[in-house]
Design a protein around this ligand. Structure first.
Ligand code: ADP
Length: 303
């Protein structure tokens, strides 16, 4: 059965008037219902890509199809499909929370009567209902970010795009936001995010594209991409400090009773466990070292 696509980008290019080739070759598809991350170092072209999809930046060439609407021939329809949460807060600081979200519905031609239930739904879902009459400038950074999300959702878009959604949001609230986004995704909304927190992509997203210097360098299911990594670093916690030489082939890094071992097809974790057991060490825990995606990302974009 053919998959329904929420987004198709083919050979997208963008040269700014300054002459910067921000996007040189961007081609990827996103299935409807996906949770997708666009990763890449600063200046890679993530915001430019998002800007083109959300109609804020004119592309130089290439094709962008949102749902079944081509941006070149059905831009207005395509726009209705998309909700965007940009990086910068861009609402009036004296405006009230409720009015900001309601006014956005107006931009999409939705009457206040029709929009009001949705305004309430999303302000409640994002924990902002109590603040509905507050001026936006009185909100914390995390609340402002959530206000931007409520505003982006008020017209019920099929595709929600978030540019660095947890920038400036503290850890506790970040998890609340993850839960909200997971639920939203389960309800059928396709989500794309860009992030610097690579663990964020690892915990939320099914598919990723890594972009570097305006080119998609890796693209696919996050699990497959991680599994294709040649080496993996595993942290082994022992009952006492390791003394010996038999683990040297794992290029170990010791810290008190724990050891980071680099395992690969040649030097398997099973063999390492066997060595430790033969040497009568007790293994208290074995964990993949966090930040695998980070490692992968650095390898993928290494010059
Ligand atoms: P990212 O979001 O991955 O950090 P951007 O898309 O913001 O990357 O930037 C990609 C490249 O385009 C960078 O070299 C950046 O300096 C350049 N760029 C971004 N915006 C503009 C602009 N308005 N005018 C000229 N160059 C720009």
């Amino acid at each position: 059965m053919q998959k329904t696509l929420a987004l198709q980008i083919t050979d997208l290019k963008k040269t700014y008037s300054s002459g910067t080739d921000a996007l040189k070759w961007i081609t990827f598809d996103i299935e409807k219902g996906d949770f997708f991350a666009l990763l890449g170092p600063n200046g890679a072209g993530k915001s430019t890509t998002i800007g083109v999809i959300s109609w804020l930046i004119n592309k130089t060439s290439g094709r962008v199809i949102i749902g079944w609407h081509d941006l070149d021939t059905a831009g207005a329809e395509a726009r209705l499909w998309v909700g965007v949460v940009p990086q910068e807060f861009n609402f009036g600081i004296f405006e009230k929370v409720y009015d900001i979200v309601l006014a956005q519905a107006g931009y999409y031609g939705i009457s206040p009567e029709v929009a009001k239930p949705n305004v309430e739904k999303y302000l409640r879902a994002l924990g902002l209902w109590e603040k509905r009459n507050a001026a936006s400038r009185t909100l914390s950074g995390g609340m402002k970010r959530r206000l931007m999300i409520a505003r982006a959702l008020v017209h019920n878009p099929e595709l929600l795009i978030l540019d660095e959604p947890t920038a400036g949001v503290d850890l506790e609230l970040r998890h609340g936001m993850y839960e909200f986004l997971r639920e939203l995704n389960k309800s059928g909304v396709t989500i794309i995010l860009t992030t610097h927190y690579l663990e964020e992509a690892e915990s939320l997203c099914r598919n990723i594209a890594i972009i570097d210097q305006g080119i998609i360098v890796k693209y696919g299911p996050i699990r497959t991409l991680l599994a294709s990594m040649e080496d993996e670093v595993v942290t082994v916690e022992l009952d006492r400090e390791y003394v010996g030489k038999n683990l040297d082939k794992y290029t170990p890094v010791f810290d008190m009773q724990s050891a980071d071992l680099t395992v690969s097809s040649n030097h398997s974790l099973d063999q390492a466990i066997q060595i430790l057991q033969e040497e009568e060490y007790q293994i208290k825990s074995i964990k993949p070292k966090s930040g695998r995606l980070e490692e992968f990302f650095l390898k993928s974009t290494a010059k």
